[in-house]
Design a protein around this ligand. Structure first.
Ligand code: DP6
Length: 356
């Protein structure tokens, strides 16, 4: 499908207020490396989360014809520092939503997860804003098909932050052309579909907050470093192969095979960071201590618990709902000690963005 499929018509501005929430997501197959405009070098697959969400209200006020501006408030406070990232988004998406000309926007946003927890909020934030934009587009251009509505929301979110494309729907989404899904696209994410084994639609994700500080190297810089990376082409092939292996495993509910692929992906992502030029390490000693403890616990109990990592030191612990009591007790008793101020968040797989 071509980008121009998503170009909407102009429309007369109307006053409109809308409020949406969108969740964060955690990738099992990692997106790390891209070309302009936000086209991934390999397909990725993620769990959509449930309680870690951004809630965004947008007030659209008609202003002078052809004019466009916005104000942004985060947790009730005006945040001019966030303006450049949003300006980049509006520049990238302007031609797809030409009806935006003639509006003044007031965007108010807050997260349900703790501020500066190290959880990537750009995915949930860009997805929530994309849903607010699509909400007005649906009003201005009636009869949008639900599938188009979600695909275009994912397309707009992707242009704000790549991983945000995967935060529109749930419980598992795929972004990027791949052999497993004929309808897959580099332009937007699509749901895994009805073949997903039910164990994964209630999977648990405990996010262990190891380091809440600002990361030494941002995701944007990390993606850039993949351009000259000596192992980049092999990594993109590996990710595509891991996705092809993971899809049947997630249809079958084969947890042993799931664990092997998911942990391999997490460590491969960090291996790319450690072998970039300049090299960097985002894991902390506690990250490794947690991983070792998980491996010991899994070996001694046979409970199918595993970990993944995003671009930071925090550890996401993944496990089936049936083992929630045992794993949550293990986290509290043996892993909380490795977290900053003992903090961790218990979340689970969810259904995607919702109107508030
Ligand atoms: C390691 O989506 O944050 O979390 O497109 O530059 O905004 P931009 O990058 P971003 O990268 C996410 C990297 C990751 C892996 C993933 O979520 O797939």
């Amino acid at each position: 499908m071509e980008e121009n499929h998503f170009i909407s018509k102009k429309a007369t501005p109307i006053p409109w207020t809308t409020h949406w929430e969108a969740p964060s997501n955690i990738a099992l197959i990692k997106y790390w490396g891209k070309t302009a405009p936000q086209i991934p070098k390999n397909p990725s697959l993620s769990f959509t989360l449930s309680s870690s969400v951004t809630q965004t209200q947008v007030v659209f006020e008609p202003t002078s014809p052809g004019a466009f501006d916005f104000n942004f408030y985060f947790e009730g406070v005006a945040k001019p520092d966030f303006k450049p990232k949003l300006q980049t988004l509006f520049k990238r998406i302007g031609s797809y939503i030409p009806w935006i000309q003639g509006y003044q926007l007031t965007i108010k946003s807050h997260n349900t997860f703790p501020h500066s927890s190290g959880i990537a909020s750009s995915a949930s934030a860009m997805a929530a804003l994309a849903m607010c934009l699509m909400d007005l587009e649906q009003k201005l251009v009636p009869d949008l098909e639900p599938e188009f509505f979600h695909q275009k929301a994912s397309f707009l979110a992707r242009l704000g932050s790549g991983s945000a494309a995967r935060s529109i729907q749930g419980p598992v989404t795929l972004w990027g052309v791949n052999k497993m899904q004929d309808r897959s696209s580099n332009l937007y994410a699509i749901p895994f579909g009805p073949d997903l084994h039910p164990v994964f639609s209630t999977y648990q994700d405990a996010i262990l907050l190891v380091d809440k500080g600002t990361k030494a190297v941002s995701s944007s810089q990390g993606h850039q470093l993949m351009h000259q990376h000596p192992f980049a082409s092999q990594r993109f092939l590996q990710a595509a192969a891991n996705l092809e292996a993971l899809v049947p495993v997630m249809k079958a509910g084969d947890l042993e095979a799931f664990i092997k692929i998911v942990e391999l992906e997490a460590l491969s992502l960090h291996a790319m960071m450690m072998t970039s030029n300049p090299y960097f390490i985002l894991m902390k000693p506690q990250t490794l201590s947690i991983i070792e403890k998980i491996w010991e616990f899994r070996a001694s109990t046979s409970i199918p618990v595993c970990f993944t990592l995003d671009a930071g030191a925090n550890v996401h612990i993944l496990y089936p709902q049936d083992f929630k009591i045992q794993v949550n007790a293990f986290i509290q008793d043996e892993l909380a000690v490795f977290c900053q101020k003992g903090q961790y968040l218990l979340d689970q797989v969810g259904e995607g963005a919702k109107k508030v």
